[in-house]
Design a protein around this ligand. Structure first.
Ligand SMILES: [Zn+2]
Ligand SMILES: [Zn+2]
Length: 397
């Protein structure tokens, strides 16, 4: 691996910052201490900052030379509402909050790159260091954009990175095109007419209608969607009734839909509504159909993906970069940035969890797991990638 020496020498400080952030996890749009820490470090290193974009978002601005090109490097800062099981010294001090997705590490890696770039300006143009709030469901990326991210800081491309448990340390995964799914949720209330369970003829049973709807929806995936396209409909909650001898008034179906393509999503939503309404009608029932679109699919642009993969291969070697990594049905709000700018999102291997051999809790080191911890061995690797990416993108003529 060709890591940058000054970054290796600075690793202990990056690790201290990472662990300080881990110990003080903050939820969506509440990242006040984290944002303060980021802004004060950037300022200390002589990097101009703009604060308060998207609430707690921070943008650092590093310019050099007279080049007009600009690149955005993005990290997320928020934690999750869950209880940490780890007992090591840097475990969460905030009850019910935990950095279980490694955003502490993402923030620290970008800080490590910022520190180096502030001292070694081997680039011609501008690097925008984007520290965003609220990735975990809050759409912090969208909010920063709504508040003028790309107008105030015009950039040619934007790049993101997420640690990925299961990919070995020192290896990366990336793919052109869709890499993460759109995430959407639905709530469908089937309205019938309650009755005595022994006298069903006097009512309209919403449970029978709801069950038929639930079954029929799965046929959208096998009969309406092109088999080549990916899509998931998962009903994760069914609520109805309160007694063994009462037919209730209504039944509720709740769940999620995931796709890699918005046309497929349009098709699924439309067919779900048609099936729900017409099936209910066939049972003399009615439906309230609610479908909410959350994050769009994350789609890497081909040229920037090839560019990022080339930079990674120069650092860790050709065989350590999987350029056709399997896409995942999880979602990520960096997708919004990629809807407006070319760019690429990569997975950086977080290993199998051996880094937690001292004193960790139960369970594998998976994301959103109560004994997860970001692997500090990644800090100089990720920081080196950010630096080399920015230098290559803004190469002096
Ligand atoms: Zn997460
Ligand atoms: Zn995450």
């Amino acid at each position: 691996m060709k890591l940058i020496d000054p970054i290796i020498q600075f690793s202990a400080e990056i690790q201290t910052l990472r662990r300080a952030i881990h110990a003080n996890p903050e939820l969506c749009f509440e990242e006040h201490d984290t944002s303060e820490l980021v802004a004060s470090k950037l300022t200390e290193w002589g990097i101009p900052v703009v604060r308060g974009l998207g609430g707690t978002g921070v943008v650092g601005i590093l310019s050099n030379g007279s080049g007009k090109k600009a690149i955005g490097l993005r990290a997320d800062m928020d934690a999750l509402p869950m209880q940490e099981l780890n007992t090591f010294p840097h475990a969460s001090k905030n009850d019910g909050r935990m950095h279980a997705c490694g955003h502490d590490g993402h923030t620290a890696m970008l800080l490590g790159a910022a520190h180096y770039l502030s001292r070694h300006r081997h680039f011609d143009g501008t690097v925008y260091l984007i520290f965003q709030p609220a990735e975990e469901g809050g759409g912090g990326a969208r909010r920063m954009m709504d508040e003028g991210l790309f107008e105030q800081f015009p950039m040619d491309a934007v790049f993101g990175m997420h640690n990925w448990p299961g990919i070995p340390v020192g290896q990366f995964g990336v793919t052109a095109g869709p890499m993460m799914a759109s995430s959407n949720e639905f709530e469908v209330i089937v309205r019938g007419k309650g009755a005595h369970a022994a006298q069903p003829q006097k009512g309209v049973d919403p449970i029978m209608a709801a069950v038929q709807i639930a079954q029929s929806w799965q046929t959208i995936l096998t009969r309406n969607k092109n088999p080549i396209d990916s899509g998931v409909i998962s009903i994760t909650q069914i609520h109805a009734g309160s007694a063994t001898n009462v037919i209730p008034d209504e039944a509720t179906l709740i769940g999620t839909v995931r796709t890699f393509d918005l046309d497929v999503l349009d098709l699924i939503e439309r067919r779900m509504q048609t099936i729900a309404e017409h099936t209910a009608q066939a049972f003399d029932a009615a439906v309230d159909f609610r479908f909410k679109r959350n994050y769009p699919p994350l789609i890497n642009t081909p040229a920037e993906t090839a560019f990022a993969a080339g930079v990674l291969q120069a650092i860790v070697g050709e065989n350590a970069v999987d350029t056709h990594v399997e896409p995942t049905m999880t979602a990520e709000d960096f997708a919004y940035m990629l809807q407006e700018k070319p760019g690429c999102y990569v997975f950086i291997g977080n290993g199998e969890g051996d880094h937690r051999s001292a004193g960790h809790g139960l369970g594998p080191c998976n994301l959103h797991n109560p004994s997860y911890d970001f692997n500090d061995a990644l800090l100089p690797i990720g920081a080196t990638y950010w630096v080399r990416l920015a230098e290559a993108f803004l190469q002096a003529a």
